[in-house]
Design a protein around this ligand. Structure first.
Ligand code: NOJ
Length: 565
């Protein structure tokens, strides 16, 4: 029989210098929930979600115990990249509402003891932003140097070999002035030049407006790409590339993770700290796709021994999204991340977002539950993507309805890179259009065919549903010192497809046991405790049962949270 032992690595909260669970900061205890505003709730009947729609659903969000909302961009935008092309950083896109609507949303969230993070997109603007209109007007305009312009190569082509994530070269020729401008995304998303200090000053000014309006922080888009090689040198080819999206045919050594980016991030963080008072921290969450050693630099340093760094509070950790889904790989990945964290770094975990396949599609519905339990029991702040709590899956979009520029511009890899499937409307009920928009309106993306069975309405009273399970799990997490706290200890489970770890705080000892496989097991856990009671099961049958731990049955695809005696 597989035996669990306790010899594995330990992170001791005191040795970390991290606070006990009772004094954790709000963002360390938070569950971040990403709302993709276009797809959450339409209140105006135009088939696109909006701020009043989110306001209508605040009680739902409170009821599932998520306490921090991150809204994908809501600024005015021509919507070439659905808001990630910002035309005015301080306004609100009329499709979504007004500044008054936003204030109402923020007040409504705060009244429910919830926080609101806004998406900030500082790397690039829309080509309709006033700054770019001036910059492209002529070569001597004072804002010319706010963007990255370059002479054509000798043959008249792009200045170097850099590529766009959305296909083709990362450069577009501006025929009026005869120079190319840089864009690593859509051609309508010119990149700002942060080697010009005026640009950072201007962006900090835009951030200040939102901090004055009372938001609780920013999720910063592609923060690790914000500054590029000054000499615009070619990037080397990636010898491992064997087809797929061309962006991966190069090593991004000159367009990403440049050392100077940390100066920018420290300036943003200093601004947030200026608006921070006791118990009212404003946080910086950075979108960063990097391996551990380089990711950790984005926590910054902690010269003042404040217990937090001077860059991102939470540099997003996306490793659960990309990890091979087996117990040993995931355990190795979690342990390596834990070991790599600086002492002042608070961990965080992300399971899904608007750029990646949904978890129920990636893992299937059974392992999606295991993944949910893992996300919400690991040490650190979890981030959740709207609709995953009801098991939404990716929706196949007919070619004529594809909207995402990443797919439209790259038809040869559209199925691989297209992000519309994971952005479809939320399923609220069983009425036509799932309660997202009126029945006679065409939603901006199609609603999934299975919406009636997988809706909030159908699941909120069904104890076997994903929503019911999610609500129990989030409730347990928010009340549990051990799950919120600072200790994590991974275990040898004895079974190669079982990942087990201990979470301990304030005299609470919880063992999490997750079966990633399709074989049942009987585990011998008696080395750590004689018995324990099951607090939560990914299934439904066994909650509350007391088990002697010398022979604990574990079903295929089952996860348990066990309170040790
Ligand atoms: C990352 C965002 O998550 C993605 O949706 C967007 O297309 C790019 N950045 C460009 O802003």
């Amino acid at each position: 029989m597989p035996t669990i032992n306790t010899t594995a690595q330990t992170r001791n909260p005191r040795s970390l210098g991290v606070n006990a669970s009772s004094t954790l900061r709000w963002w360390q205890k938070a569950i971040i929930y990403q709302v993709y505003p276009r797809s959450f709730q339409d209140s105006t009947g135009d088939g696109i979600g909006d701020l009043q729609g989110i306001i209508q659903r605040l009680d739902y969000l409170k009821g599932i115990h998520v306490d921090t909302l991150w809204l994908s961009p809501i600024n005015p935008s021509p919507m070439h990249d659905f808001g990630y092309d910002v035309a005015d950083y301080t306004g609100i896109e009329p499709i979504f509402g007004t500044v008054d609507d936003f204030t109402q949303l923020l007040d409504g969230a705060h009244a429910r003891d919830m926080k609101v993070l806004l998406d900030l997109v500082p790397n690039h603007t829309s080509d309709e932003h006033a700054w770019f209109a001036q910059s492209r007007a002529n070569r001597t305009n004072p804002k010319r140097n706010w963007y990255i312009w370059s002479e054509p190569a000798a043959d008249g082509g792009p200045p170097n070999n850099w590529l766009s994530y959305f296909g083709g070269p990362a450069w577009t020729l501006d025929t009026t002035t005869g120079q190319y401008y840089l864009h690593q995304f859509d051609t309508h998303q010119p990149e700002l030049n942060y080697r010009n200090p005026a640009v950072l000053e201007a962006m900090l000014g835009e951030m200040r407006v939102w901090l004055e309006r009372g938001i609780d922080g920013f999720r910063v888009d592609v923060i690790w790409l914000m500054i590029k090689d000054a000499a615009l040198r070619d990037e080397p080819p990636n010898p491992d590339w064997s087809g797929g999206p061309p962006i991966f045919s190069l090593y991004h050594i000159h367009t990403a993770d440049q050392p100077e980016v940390h100066t920018l991030i420290r300036a943003m963080r200093a601004l947030l700290d200026e608006y921070t008072s006791e118990g009212r921290e404003r946080i910086l969450v950075g979108e960063i796709y990097l391996p551990n050693a380089r990711l950790m630099k984005y926590y910054g340093s902690d010269p003042l021994v404040r217990g937090v760094g001077d860059e991102c509070h939470l540099p997003f950790n996306f490793q659960l999204i990309g990890a091979p889904w087996d117990a040993q790989s995931v355990r190795t990945m979690v342990d390596a991340y834990e070991a790599a964290l600086p002492v002042w770094g608070w961990p965080n975990w992300v399971l899904g977002n608007h750029d990646k396949r949904r978890i129920a599609t990636r893992l299937g519905k059974d392992q999606a539950r295991v993944a949910t339990m893992l996300l919400l029991t690991l040490r650190g702040t979890p981030t959740w993507y709207y609709g995953d709590e009801i098991g939404m899956t990716d929706v196949r979009i007919p070619p004529e309805l594809v909207r995402d520029p990443q797919a439209v511009n790259q038809p040869e890899v559209a199925d691989e890179v297209g992000r519309d499937p994971q952005r479809t409307p939320m399923h609220w009920d069983d009425s036509p259009n799932a309660g997202f928009c009126p029945p006679d309106v065409t939603p901006w993306l199609p609603v999934a065919a299975d919406y009636a069975q997988n809706s909030v309405l159908s699941q909120e009273s069904d104890p076997r549903s994903p929503l019911w399970f999610f609500r129990l799990l989030t409730d347990l997490r928010q009340k549990s010192p051990a799950l919120l706290g600072s200790s994590y200890r991974s275990m040898e489970s004895g079974a190669s497809d079982v990942f087990a770890f201990l979470r301990e705080a304030d005299s609470q000892r919880l063992l999490i046991v997750l079966n990633f496989g399709t074989q049942p097991h009987h585990l011998d856990l008696s080395a750590i405790a004689p018995a324990g009671s099951i607090l939560l099961d990914t299934g439904v049958a066994r909650q509350g049962d007391l088990h002697f731990l010398n022979s604990l049955p574990l079903d295929p695809n089952e996860g348990l949270i066990i309170s040790l005696i």
